[in-house]
Design a protein around this ligand. Structure first.
Ligand code: ZN
Ligand code: CU
Length: 490
């Protein structure tokens, strides 16, 4: 074929994201899309990338992020594109940057402070204003955004320690409608967190009610991931059934030593319910979690490391026990001194992590916290860790299967059309990497590090990462969820 393209990626092994076996092929790009896949030895292009000895995969889709603000404040998205991620799902765990129709409380209500501790970024009065800002100054990655129930509560309620009144529910529902009209893909909850813990199941159902007619999705950081994990799964499934939308169980895990091993039970329970309603889940590949510092979470962890502290910033990176020892305080007193703060909690079992990763409908997400001083290494390392440590190293699954969990599966579950696959006509979101060397460089001790083996990353046909650094191009788009009654909306 004697044709001229914008970009040619030649001599690579293509893994197309569907889970099918790899094949040798060249990939041609015209504009934002893949123009051809096959033997293109006679074609020419403005830019030719030689992928000899390398894998050419669909760009990775990060199923679970807190990148709402990062896309605006550091649009190169280095923690993400450096590990091959080309699309992020934002607004998770009940925390979205928008909408905030009134001034955010000072200090910012935890865990909303994970997005912005100062509060100035919570300035988008409507979800449409936020989407406009993302579109006016695009990031390097695409995004698809959820609207957070905790954000809605902080935005509409005078006392978030109570159940919402009928008029507060109505106000939240109006904000959900506005967000869905503006392009949100669904609602997230974080029912374990202070601003939402008082919300009864029925409140969530009523707030989420508009989702069905917009073809939205419900993503949840459940009320309990420990002793009451089965009850929390049932609550999540009930919400999905009542609202009539698919459910995503966020960062599925079982926490606390007494619950180690119970992923066998939770996954069987999920699989059973999947026969009756649409459910999927995401997972990050580590046996430690991370969020705001709280005594409740410290109680069921074997070790805790502080990731940031507003009052004692110099303590970031130290273990809580070490901080208490240095300050000659009890653990409880040390927590009080550090707040507001963030932490890493060692409280899972790797056998559970492996079992959850292996589950057919588990997507990969980072759950990275990009504004932490000493972040959990999942922010920079999750995807290469699945490919290197869990797939190549432990043989948990094939490379093709691992990549499906990062691409085609995720695009399908989130309704991202023409993404997550390599085929003619799909968007040219692509990641080129070395399967022999790919792996995370970020560690708990040194958490900020670009991954190993990622040779090049393209978003919508533009190179965003090559030779170990961001290219400076920012071709990202705000993606909508494609669904059947799409044409009835607007
Ligand atoms: Zn969460
Ligand atoms: Cu999260």
């Amino acid at each position: 074929m004697n044709t001229h393209y914008d970009v040619l990626i030649i001599n690579g092994d293509v893994v197309d994201g569907t889970g099918s076996a790899r094949f040798s092929a060249d990939v041609a790009i015209s504009g934002e899309r893949i123009a051809h896949v096959g033997d293109l030895s006679r074609a020419t292009a403005d830019k030719v990338i030689d992928a000899s000895g390398l894998i050419v995969s669909p760009g990775f889709i990060d199923a679970h992020t807190h990148d709402d603000r990062l896309m605006l404040s550091d649009g190169d998205m280095s923690p993400k594109v450096s590990q091959g991620i080309t699309t992020v799902i934002g607004g998770n765990c009940g925390i979205s940057l928008a909408p905030m129709p009134r001034n955010i409380p000072d200090p910012v209500t935890p865990p909303l402070n994970l997005l912005d501790e100062q509060g100035g970024w919570f300035r988008f009065r409507s979800f449409a204003q936020y989407v406009d800002a993302l579109s006016a100054r695009p990031a390097a990655t695409n995004c698809a955004m959820l609207v957070g129930h905790s954000t809605l509560r902080v935005a509409t309620m005078d006392d978030v320690t109570k159940a919402a009144t009928a008029s507060e529910i109505a106000a939240m529902r109006e904000l959900v409608i506005e967000a869905m009209e503006a392009g949100a893909i669904g609602v997230s909850t974080g029912l374990v967190y202070p601003p939402a813990v008082a919300a009864p199941t029925q409140e969530v159902i009523e707030v989420c009610e508009p989702l069905a007619r917009y073809g939205g999705i419900y993503c949840t950081h459940m009320r309990d991931e420990g002793d009451r994990v089965i009850e929390s799964l049932d609550e999540s499934f009930l919400i999905g059934r009542q609202v009539g939308v698919p459910v995503v169980i966020s960062h599925h895990k079982v926490v606390g030593v007494q619950n180690h091993g119970r992923s066998a039970e939770t996954l069987a329970h999920i699989a059973d319910h999947m026969t009756r309603q649409p459910i999927c889940l995401d997972c990050y590949p580590y046996d430690a979690s991370s969020t705001i510092l709280s005594a409740k979470l410290v109680a069921n962890s074997t070790r805790v490391t502080v990731t940031w502290s507003k009052s004692l910033p110099e303590m970031a990176g130290l273990d809580l026990s070490e901080i208490a020892r240095r300050m000659n305080l009890s653990t409880e007193q040390a927590i009080e001194k550090l707040l507001p703060a963030g932490a890493i909690y060692y409280r899972m079992d790797d056998a559970d992590v492996q079992r959850i990763l292996r589950f057919d409908d588990t997507m990969i997400g980072t759950d990275g916290l990009p504004h932490d001083e000493k972040p959990h290494p999942r922010l920079w390392g999750s995807f290469p860790r699945v490919l290197g440590h869990y797939s190549r190293g432990l043989g948990l699954f094939s490379l093709e299967k691992a990549l499906h969990k990062m691409t085609g599966l995720t695009a399908g579950k989130f309704g991202l059309i023409d993404r997550g696959v390599i085929r003619q006509g799909a968007f040219a979101d692509l990641t080129i990497f070395n399967e022999q060397t790919v792996g995370e460089a970020a560690t708990f001790a040194q958490p900020v590090a670009a991954s190993i083996g990622i040779a090049g990353v393209l978003v919508n046909g533009s190179v965003v990462w090559e030779e170990g650094r961001p290219s400076g191009q920012r071709p990202g788009k705000v993606l909508r969820r494609e669904h059947l009654p799409a044409d009835t909306v607007q």
